[in-house]
Design a protein around this ligand. Structure first.
Ligand code: SF4
Length: 77
């Protein structure tokens, strides 16, 4: 049996559990750098960082501003 090679984003989804669960479209976007469960450093109101919007800087994605549509969205896989 040949196993499908995972992209880095697919691998991330498989092994790393995000700290939060929200309705952000970002969860399935390849540009999200999520806050992983158990992380101590990031502010509590972030779900992660966007690596595309505001490039070359990261955009902090707040928990309470739920992104439903995004011009930069690219689905993982
Ligand atoms: S490009 Fe848009 S959908 Fe993707 S992580 Fe950034 S803000 Fe979220």
């Amino acid at each position: 049996m040949v196993e499908k090679k995972l992209t880095p984003e697919e691998f991330r989804l498989k092994i790393l559990e995000p700290a939060k669960k929200t309705d952000h479209i970002c969860w399935t976007c390849k540009h999200l750098k999520p806050v992983i469960k158990g992380s101590k450093l990031p502010p509590a109101d972030l779900i992660g960082w966007c690596k595309k919007l505001h490039w070359p800087f990261y955009w902090c994605i707040p928990e309470n501003l739920v992104v439903k549509k995004c011009i930069g969205y690219e689905r993982i896989g």
